[in-house]
Design a protein around this ligand. Structure first.
Ligand code: PLP
Length: 409
């Protein structure tokens, strides 16, 4: 059976050009970038070149890019590094309610060390409340961290506006841009942030490589202590093959940005339209336009996301759900709860994330399969049966019905 990979927000296939760009660092230029002989110096030259190219792709300066082992490390470093540096004077950290666990759990551990974590609410489409941020910025505020684009519902946040507010009050501003970099244009100067996290495996380079942009003039404490790599800020022998791969992948993503944006957005919008036209009692999650090009997220009433996921897998489709067990916890996704979905609706959610290797034909081939699975699961659901019986008897009086009998969700 041919497989259709529709989970590009989880990770992406490494591009052949990226594999090729990495090879030299495994086979010929395998020296340690810190070694003071020819093999080391030529490896260091490749490292410097990759750093400059990554910086150029983000409109940063080379000295503002620090390589990390992944996006999670970059997020940890930004917050814990700021906390360690300035935590004796400032204790309040603002994050959005829909951050990735790399930020949420970092804040859980900072809360245990006495920091006050304030969660910024989001509206029903997942956009943060900027007025709430304004009301919270005070002399005790250490840092504001809001993701550029959400990994579950794809919503793109007003980071430029948030960074400007922070700048006015001399408060640090970090953004987790892990889902955004490589998918939408990202310009650190235009955004005006102090720090930005990125991760290679979201844009067709290998897993296990990321970077933290730290604007020049901004100082945070080290997260990894040891050798003098990364200008003494992040110890550990540089992972040159993966750094070369990430530089190549980002360069290609930026060069192809307009073409990919157009192609992937078209697939996304066609898929959304077709699902809404074909499957009743579904709710589209996130913002219609302020959204990552490849992200589609729906909740299907009366069913469990895990079952949908497993049946889709059997039918050849790889997708993702914010539902309970699939994400390893009993509660449904904090993101879906934060946008106001009731637990039972959030449980029936499906994320489909489209990438540059998908074709429109395969993306659209999901719809009839998904429609069939949703119907089969509903046919087994007592909730659906009750709903259908109730709906026939008292159309318009169900709490989920609009006055005209159509479904609210
Ligand atoms: N932040 C966001 C928004 C993500 O989507 C992810 C990964 O899914 C991460 C951080 C963590 O990145 P990594 O897998 O490189 O640690």
């Amino acid at each position: 059976m041919t497989r259709v990979y529709l989970d590009n927000a989880a990770t992406t296939r490494v591009r052949p050009e990226v594999v090729e760009a990495m090879t030299i660092a495994f086979t010929e230029q395998y020296g340690n970038c810190s070694s003071m002989y020819q093999e080391g110096e030529s490896a260091k030259a490749l490292l410097d070149d990759a750093r400059s190219r990554i910086a150029a792709s983000l409109n940063a300066e080379a000295r503002e890019i620090y390589f990390t082992s992944c996006g999670s490390e970059a997020d940890n470093w930004a917050l814990k590094g700021a906390a360690l540096k300035y935590g004796d004077k400032k204790k309040k950290i603002l994050i959005s309610a829909i951050e990735h666990h790399a930020i949420l759990h970092t804040c859980d551990s900072l809360a245990k060390q006495g920091f006050e974590i304030v969660k910024i609410p989001v509206d029903a489409e997942g956009i943060v409340d900027v007025d709430f941020i304004k009301s919270q910025l005070d002399d005790n505020t250490l840092i504001v961290s809001v993701m550029l684009a959400n990994n579950e519902i794809g919503t793109i946040q007003p980071i430029k506006e948030i960074a400007a507010l922070c700048k006015e009050k001399k408060i640090l501003c970090h953004t987790d841009a892990v889902q955004a970099v490589g998918s939408i244009p990202v310009d650190v100067k235009d955004l005006g942030v102090d720090m930005l996290s990125l991760s290679g495996h979201k844009f067709h380079s290998p897993k296990g490589i990321g970077a933290l942009y730290i604007r020049k003039g901004v100082t945070i404490s080290n997260f990894m202590d040891g050798g003098h790599q990364e200008r003494g800020k992040r110890a550990g022998t540089e992972n040159l093959p993966y750094i070369l791969g990430m530089a190549k992948a980002l360069e290609l993503a930026v060069a192809e940005m307009n073409t990919n944006l157009e192609k992937i957005t078209d697939m996304r919008d066609s898929l959304i339209k077709e699902i809404e036209a074909t499957i009743p009692y579904c709710k589209f999650n996130g913002h219609r336009t302020k959204r990552l090009p490849g992200n589609v997220n729906f909740s299907f009433n009366f069913i469990e996301g895990e079952s949908m996921l497993l049946w889709l897998d059997d039918a050849g489709f790889a997708c993702s759900t914010g539902s309970a067990c699939a994400s390893g916890s009993l509660d449904p996704s904090h993101v879906l709860l934060a946008i106001g979905l009731p637990h039972e609706v959030a449980h029936g959610s499906l994320r489909i994330s489209i990438g540059k290797f998908n074709t429109k034909e395969e993306v659209m081939s999901l719809v009839p399969v998904l429609a069939g699975i949703v119907q089969k699961l509903r046919d087994m659901s007592p909730l659906y049966e009750d709903f259908m019986n109730g709906r026939e008897l008292q159309q318009g009086t169900c709490p989920r019905c609009n006055d005209d009998g159509s479904c609210k969700i």
